[in-house]
Design a protein around this ligand. Structure first.
Ligand SMILES: [Zn+2]
Length: 420
């Protein structure tokens, strides 16, 4: 169009028009840095549990898990202190109490627009309370599975990498292994939220679907040794690994073995137990990690290299049976935990100990486990042999609804834990 306006003015108009187009028509997919505010992810220190708050450049608040019930009030007041009154998306990765507990308080005190869960049946009071509250508040519950995609505002997107449909079954812990795994992206920066998945879920994720690679990884299951397999960590290739874990927790998490595997990938390890809230802030191109307690940055994160003479004996879920057929109490010897020596030499296990979550303790008699061999510890009574030992309990030990086995050596050092 010819115009009486001068060239320079017309050029300015053309420029403005192009700028408007890029802003409003093409939007953030072209240039994520056009957002004026950063995308911020806070791994909140909720003690022994998980909670992450995502704050998008255009004001969406997404909360992934809420720690234990006792953490609820502190979590709510923290979010309120940050100006959060409305949670656009609440994500419960799985029904365990250290993830769902604090969310009850959140739903009671903040506006929640929708809740994403894996819709896994799970019969605990706290999970039922949470579901009942969502229903009574009229909050939509969305069952998610792998392949679901989300646009959270104009800038941040998410894709679910797990769980599959149907849900996993027959794993060491189906509750953990069906955790929702979310890959959240802003610009070129990816965050991977893994809930409490263990090795079985990691294998499933690697077997298909989008690659789980991410700059920032929420280390699975509070740094448990049954998670964070080397192949999964290699596929993620994270630069920064966040461990959400409680100080002096009774599970002795994070596992030094898992931490060692994370460090071996070259990722920097950050821990809520040592450093408090961990804030990651990104413009979509680069990011910073700011721990609440800077003093910890000056010091090596508490970590002990696993000794070279590491006992290779571990709880072996492959030959364990925590739930006996029929009545556990009448079938005590069909309830058993099994240990395998994966090392190359015999392991003396005299005075080693096994514990469950309730503190039932078994002390090994004079015993050595040959390389490559397994020994089964039955709950009931019988004659000990090189392959079978008997706890001598009158009642079942291993809780069918989920429990944890601890293996200590003769000096009471934790060798391994296994949860299901
Ligand atoms: Zn957990």
């Amino acid at each position: 169009m010819s115009s009486w306006r001068g060239r320079s003015l017309r050029s300015a108009f053309t420029f403005c028009f192009a700028a408007l187009l890029s802003l409003f028509c093409f939007g953030p997919r072209v240039t994520p840095s056009t957002a004026t505010a950063p995308f911020r992810v806070t791994f909140i220190d909720v003690g022994q549990g998980d909670s992450a708050w995502l704050s998008t450049p255009d004001g969406w608040d997404i909360l992934i898990d809420g720690g234990r019930e006792s953490e609820g009030p502190g979590l709510v007041s923290y979010l309120q202190s940050q100006g959060v009154s409305d949670i656009e998306v609440l994500v419960l990765t799985h029904p365990h109490a250290d993830h769902v507990g604090g969310l009850v308080e959140v739903v009671e005190n903040l506006e929640v627009d929708q809740a994403l869960t894996n819709c896994q049946p799970y019969s605990t009071d706290i999970y039922q309370d949470f579901l009942d509250l969502l229903v009574s508040e009229g909050i939509p519950i969305v069952c998610v599975q792998d392949g679901d995609t989300f646009a959270w505002g104009a800038y941040v997107s998410g894709v679910t990498l797990h769980p599959p449909d149907p849900l996993m079954s027959g794993t060491g812990s189906d509750a953990n292994n069906n955790s929702i795994v979310l890959l959240v992206t802003y610009g070129t920066i990816d965050f991977l939220f893994t809930g409490d998945i263990e090795s079985e879920a990691e294998v499933a994720i690697l077997s298909g679907g989008p690659a789980p690679d991410a700059e920032i990884l929420k280390v699975a299951h509070h740094g448990s040794n049954t998670s964070s397999t080397a192949s999964f960590l290699a596929a993620v290739g994270a630069q920064d690994a966040m461990v959400s874990v409680g100080i002096d927790n009774r599970f002795a998490l994070p596992s030094p073995l898992a931490l060692e595997r994370v460090r071996a990938t070259g990722a920097a390890v950050h821990r809520t137990d040592l450093q408090g809230n961990l804030v990651v802030q990104t413009d979509g191109n680069t990011y910073t990690v700011s721990p609440e307690r800077y003093v910890q940055i000056q010091m090596p994160v508490a970590f002990q290299a696993w000794p070279a003479d590491l006992p290779e004996v571990r709880v072996d879920p492959g030959c364990s049976q925590f739930d006996a057929p029929g009545s556990d109490n009448h079938n005590l010897n069909q309830e058993y935990v099994c240990f395998t020596n994966w090392g190359g030499s015999p392991q003396l296990m005299t005075d080693w100990r096994v514990e469950d979550e309730r503190g039932h303790t078994f002390t090994f008699p004079s015993f050595a486990l040959n390389a490559g061999a397994s020994v089964v510890l039955h709950t009931g009574s019988g004659a000990d042999s090189s392959t079978d030992l008997y706890w001598g309990q009158a009642r079942a030990v291993w809780n069918n609804a989920g429990d944890r086995a601890y293996l200590y050596d003769a000096t009471w050092s934790l060798v391994d834990t296994y949860s299901y």
